[in-house]
Design a protein around this ligand. Structure first.
Ligand code: FAD
Ligand code: EPU
Length: 336
């Protein structure tokens, strides 16, 4: 059922007021087809999952469809590999925990990321040394121009750091319906992200299981990242910039303590959180919004911020970082 002029504040983790002209949920492909058939051709369309990576800077004068496609199925087992297919509307963290409880390894480092399964390939979600591309097998997506369902392999998704084909050449062309992951009964733990080992040690764990790694990640995340139920936010607001090695060499001579992650011979990734903190923005409150006091990469809505206010804050941060470091930050959050 389509409802009109809907307030979507509580459909996003930023908790920012915005109205949507038409709103409906769908829990089957058939329902999706029927809703799309009613949409005037010129009317814009937006698919919403958990609303944890969007910032509304204005009302949306179109049709918003909230994905509620459920489903969890083991589709195939080959040796130690187990293929698990989940509906795009499944909650991501619940899905991860379900796979861990089945003793299937691969997603444990990605515990507690908010949002839906269907959005996970959009930006190739990543955390604590893993990205979904490491275990992604395939997805099925509804092609809006033709109404056909197309399958995408890992390679066809063209995953990159917080990137996929769905944010680039196929932007707004597909509705992701389900995702299949290749998990494993033979666990290959990745605890290379320093803080995980420290946390496991603090928890007194000597021979960690996938459940232990998941618990460690949950503990680290809970200590650093604000809970959207208490403080509106969308996680990292910016991507960590990948900069030219020459610029990096110049900067590191001036700032020897700058953390860095070499990407290849020509480029280095540097943490935007560090750049923002070094520029004096960490913990700053500007009107109804601000920069989180524990994680400078996270912008916060302190209750009544407008999307425009948060966007303006992000503009000011981008300018400050460009002036100080010669680096142009790119937003990770999807701006509407
Ligand atoms: P939404 O915000 O609903 O949508 C995001 C985009 O994807 C929109 O453009 C939407 O139109 C599109 N979309 C959603 N579903 C579909 C679909 N089925 N088909 C087509 N398009 C679709 N991200 C990380 O990568 N790593 C982290 O560690 C991380 N930590 C976070 C911590 C916090 C506290 C928060 C609030 C966010 C964090 N995020 C992180 C960002 C966010 O959780 C992810 O980007 C997540 O995948 C978004 O899922 P969602 O369902 O909420 O997407
Ligand atoms: N740092 C600071 N000050 C800060 C924040 C970070 O100096 O205020 C420094 C830290 O000391 C550390 C480095 O920056 O040396 C990296 O910090 P952290 O480990 O907290 O990770 P991040 O780079 O800030 C990225 C992802 C997160 C993901 C974590 C853990 C991006 C844009 N963000 O953050 O993803 O959870 O690593 O892997 O890549 C998200 O995408 O929404 C998100 C939360």
């Amino acid at each position: 059922m389509i409802t009109t002029d809907v307030q979507i504040k509580h459909y996003t983790t930023f908790g920012i007021s915005a109205k949507v002209k038409q709103f409906a949920t769908f829990s089957s492909v058939e329902e999706l087809r029927q809703l799309l058939a009613k949409k005037p051709v010129e009317m814009p369309l937006m698919i919403l999952g958990g609303g944890s990576n969007v910032l509304f800077t204005q009302d949306f004068d179109g049709l918003m469809l909230k994905n509620e496609l459920l489903g969890f199925e083991i589709t195939e087992k080959i040796g130690d590999d187990v293929f698990v297919k989940a509906g795009a509307g499944e909650n991501w963290h619940s899905f991860v925990i379900r796979t861990i409880n089945l003793n299937l390894g691969g997603l444990e480092n990605l515990s507690l990321i908010p949002g839906s399964v269907g959005a996970s390939p959009m930006q190739n979600i990543g955390a604590y040394g893993r990205e979904i591309k490491d275990v992604f097998h395939s997805l099925e997506a509804y092609h809006l121009p033709t109404g056909e369902v197309h399958t995408f392999t890992n390679q066809q998704c063209e995953f990159g750091y917080r990137e996929s084909v769905f944010k680039r050449k196929f932007k707004n062309q597909y509705v992701i319906l389900n995702v299949t992951y290749k998990l494993s009964k033979k666990h290959q733990l990745n605890t290379s992200y320093g803080a995980i080992n420290e946390q496991l040690e603090a928890m007194g764990v000597e021979n960690p299981t996938i459940k232990d790694v998941s618990n460690a990640v949950i503990a680290i995340r809970s200590s650093k990242l604000p809970n959207p139920k208490e403080l509106g936010n969308a996680g990292s607001f910016f991507k960590n910039p990948v900069i030219d090695k020459k610029l990096y060499d110049n900067l590191v001579s001036e700032y020897p303590d700058m953390p860095n992650y070499p990407v290849n011979a020509e480029t280095v990734k540097v943490p935007a959180g560090w750049l923002i903190e070094k520029s004096g923005w960490k913990g700053k409150v500007v009107g109804n919004c601000g920069v989180h006091k524990n994680q400078a990469l996270v912008l916060i809505n302190y209750g009544n911020a407008s999307g425009k206010e948060v966007f303006e804050l992000s503009e000011n941060i981008i300018q400050a970082i460009q002036t100080k470091f010669g680096i142009v930050l790119e937003r990770e959050v999807n701006i509407v």
